[in-house]
Design a protein around this ligand. Structure first.
Ligand code: NAD
Length: 296
């Protein structure tokens, strides 16, 4: 039987630490402020943005919402980003993706000042991760690192396999875990990887971030492995009122019997992501005021 790594519990205790940190900053005249830009009316994005703003309020971070119509032009959006870059009261800028058709996300990522890039997606911040000198780390990879650290799981010298190579999740996780301090031996797998099960079954630590419901089966994991499930997938379930339920990229029931640690879905990596957005916003406020980053 495995031990559950609860992102809900770890995220809550990080949020408690962050609340104290914000109080401290406020007593020094600094109020961390996050600008949240939402374009259009995508229902999932509206829920994400609402949750992010609510957590800001809970922690004491000032959030400013900019809700724009789907008809917004690239130029209008870039002008808004530029005005937020120039606003000294704003420390972090988040533009919720996906953007409506016709808007160029890559250009928006590059328009956000790297000093206010709390999503950690700007090429400069991705480059710093690649150089082993991370500044802003994108929120989900940052959350995965905190889960490992706070569960006392050593990554040094561990054979680690990351499933997925996206810029948002798989690639930064793999780069960070192989960097100094984390010192894992990392293999990145993707949709063209040959003999995938053979590779995954060698992993002491397996991170799944591919977006395919319950893809990782028991026979693909090493006995005693640590399994981090980043996936969020909705599958049909007629027994639920909504007719569906959320599952990860790992077949949880069969895999949990075989491994030492596993993250659940929901309640695993998901709740960590917003906590790390809050941490990035506070760090942005600290850095912009000449202070070092927080100890987390
Ligand atoms: P993505 O679609 O951008 O990337 C998926 C990656 O998986 C690609 O690199 C692809 O090569 C790889 N892949 C696809 N099929 C594969 C296969 N059969 N075998 C091996 N590799 C395969 O997705 P993403 O943005 O990286 O997200 C991955 C998952 O994580 C999704 O379920 C997403 O919803 C979830 N996610 C969760 C959070 C969170 O807060 N928990 C945040 C972001 C993403």
């Amino acid at each position: 039987m495995s031990e559950l790594i609860s992102g809900k519990a770890i995220g809550t205790s990080i949020n408690d630490e962050l609340r104290k940190e914000v109080e401290q900053l406020k007593s020094n005249g600094i109020e961390p402020c996050l600008a949240v830009v939402l374009v259009g009316k995508d229902p999932a994005s509206e829920v994400y943005v609402r949750n992010k703003k609510r957590t800001c309020t809970e922690i004491g971070i000032h959030s400013i919402g900019h809700d724009l119509p789907a008809s917004t032009t690239q130029e209008d959006l870039e002008n808004l980003i530029q005005s937020l870059n120039d606003d000294s009261e704003v420390h972090g800028i988040l533009c919720q993706f996906p953007l409506p058709k016709g808007l160029d996300e890559t250009r928006i990522i590059q328009a956000i000042s790297p000093d206010k890039d709390v999503d950690g997606l700007h090429p400069l911040n991705a480059g710093l991760i690649a150089m082993g000198q991370p500044k802003f780390i994108s929120c989900t990879p940052f959350g995965v690192l905190q889960m490992l650290k706070r569960s006392g799981i050593s990554t040094s010298g561990k054979n680690t396999v990351v499933l997925g190579r996206s810029n948002l999740v798989g690639r930064p996780i793999a780069t960070l875990l192989s960097s100094k301090g984390w010192d894992a031996t990392v293999t990145v797998c993707h949709s063209r990887t040959a003999n995938l099960s053979q590779v995954t079954s060698q992993a002491d630590i397996l991170v799944a971030a591919i977006g395919i419901a319950e893809f990782v089966k028991a026979e693909m994991v090493k006995p005693g492995a640590v399994v981090i499930d980043v996936g969020i997938n909705r599958i049909d379930d007629p027994s639920k009122k909504s007719g569906s339920r959320m599952v990860g990229d790992v077949a949880f029931k069969e895999v949990e019997e075989k491994v030492s640690y596993i993250t659940p879905v929901p309640g695993g990596v998901g709740p960590m992501t917003i906590a790390m957005l809050m941490a990035n916003t506070i760090n942005a406020a600290r850095w912009l005021n000449g202070m070092p980053e927080m100890n987390l």
